[in-house]
Design a protein around this ligand. Structure first.
Ligand code: AMP
Length: 466
């Protein structure tokens, strides 16, 4: 049986009512590239038809030729950047997906991961539906096309009522754009304005690039419908406790973005400050693992009163380590990406700050690199708690078996990465730093407390957790 691949680690962008819709979507996707580097696409509408350009590759490569925009006419467009694990990384799985059905054409772009897609797919196939992709997103289109309701809004509400999991969605038809965020609000989504045009983006950094004004975040459970007559907002779902993903703050979102009511950079810096309060150590310098460790390292250094230095330099022309899925290539990947500055590290007691340890490969390489460059002591500090559980809501984490902290103690991990000491930010410290208070987060990757249970079918191919 062909199992659904979750739609993981994606970014979405849409604009309605601007003569340069496709061009601006291209720029928006550029700003969201960190959310997915494998493939991207844009669908535009000129009020009569939808037009598509999608391909594997980075935004700059896929849309590098200006002529492409001549084939994406119209005043509205949606776009998508995608990361997926190997196996199903083929063109047919690139988004946005566009279909023609009895009511016209519709395109969809999805960030997140549905937990009951396989179940619905089996049901629909039993009734004769034919699926073209292996993405959970296609299930939503089928539900929408087969809905008994007549208006688009009601069909979307009907379809969303059937799905469970994490989703931020953008729909585009000939005449409308619809944005939807799941009731838990796992992934971020914001609303902006550029002149008279409405803009929707995964992160506010995409609004900044096109000089759109940040209006507000789209609320958990909200559906926003945009037509030539303006914007309407709907809350059709039963209200539940939100559970935005804390890992967006730890690693995934861009530091200049504003998500879940906060600026990511400030939150990461506070993680670093709190980490220092919990795991202070005498040292000569604090260095980040660039780029994701930089704000936390600044926070740690300021709190500790120890100089912040750049002891590792990153080659920015290499993708994220995680993109190369095989262990053999990943080992190589760290060296390609980072090089030590010997003059900074020689003879120094060094605190190295990173945002997370997943498999442990990166930290092990980095400790060795820093020591070989002459450091006398290497202390590793991680600005999040041990990542012990896989994510089913849209962050690509490996299976439980591969997560080093799911089966090893902190002392065992310290030995494995050969650090002189190792300290993780506590879960309480993390929540305190993010100012969680009465505002809860999904922290399933740290605690195993999953806000939505998922069918066994989905869990099976990925882990031996149950
Ligand atoms: P590892 O070598 O598997 O322990 O990877 C740890 C590194 O991966 C850290 O430097 C993190 O910044 C980074 N990282 C953590 N989570 C992810 C993710 N979901 N995708 C890509 N990189 C990640």
């Amino acid at each position: 049986m062909k199992l659904y691949r979750p739609t993981e680690e994606c970014g979405i962008f849409g604009i309605y009512g601007h003569p340069e819709a496709a061009n601006l979507t291209y720029l928006g996707l550029y700003a969201l590239q960190h959310r997915g580097q494998e493939a991207c696409g844009i669908v535009s509408s000129d009020g009569r038809s939808l037009y598509t350009h999608r391909s594997m590759g980075l935004v700059a490569d896929v849309f590098g030729n200006q002529e492409i925009f001549g084939n994406l006419p119209g005043e509205s467009a949606i776009g998508h950047v995608r990361y997926s694990t190997t196996g199903d990384s083929v063109l047919k799985n690139v988004q946005p997906i566009k279909v023609d059905y009895s009511r016209g054409s519709i395109a969809i772009a999805h960030n997140g991961n549905l937990v009951n897609a396989q179940y619905i797919k089996d049901e629909l196939e039993a009734w004769g539906s034919i699926f073209q992709t292996t993405m959970d997103t296609e299930v939503i289109l089928h539900l929408l096309a087969t809905s008994k309701h007549s208006s688009l809004e009601d069909r979307i509400i009907d379809a969303l009522g059937r799905i469970k999991g994490a989703y931020c969605l953008l729909f585009l038809t000939e005449t409308r754009m619809v944005a939807a965020r799941d009731p838990h609000g796992f992934r971020p989504l914001c609303l902006g304005k550029l002149g008279d045009a409405w803009v929707v983006a995964s992160e506010s950094c995409a609004l900044d690039l096109i000089e759109a004004e940040f209006v507000r975040e789209i609320e958990p459970g909200e559906i926003v419908v945009i037509t030539k007559d303006g914007l309407t907002s709907h809350f059709p779902h039963k209200k539940i406790e939100p559970a935005p993903c804390i890992f967006e703050f730890v690693y995934f979102a861009r530091p200049d973005s504003y998500i879940f009511g906060k600026n990511v950079y400030q939150v990461r810096k506070d993680f670093g400050r709190q980490l220092c309060r919990e795991h202070r150590i005498d040292a000569d310098i604090v260095i980040p693992v660039p780029d994701s460790g930089v704000p936390a390292a600044l926070g740690y250094a300021q709190e500790a009163g120890i100089p912040f230095e750049l002891g590792l330099i990153r080659n920015h022309y290499v993708g994220r380590t995680f993109i190369e899925p095989q262990q053999s290539i990943r080992h190589f990947g760290v060296k390609i990406k980072l090089n030590p500055v010997r003059e900074v590290l020689k003879g120094k007691r060094v605190v190295v700050i990173d945002d997370s340890i997943v498999r442990g490969t990166t930290s092990r390489k980095i400790v060795k690199m820093v020591r070989n460059a002459g450091a006398s002591e290497v202390h590793v500090r991680i600005s999040s708690p041990p990542t012990s559980y896989p994510c089913y809501y849209g962050i690509d984490t490996p299976t439980r078996k591969e997560l080093i902290s799911s089966s090893h103690t902190i002392e065992e991990i310290r030995k494995y990465i050969t650090a002189d000491s190792l300290g993780y930010l506590s879960e309480e410290g993390l929540l305190q730093a993010v100012g969680a208070g009465s505002n809860p987060f999904c922290k399933a990757c740290f605690s195993g407390g999953y806000p939505i249970t998922f069918p066994r079918l989905m869990a099976e191919p990925q882990l031996d957790l149950f």
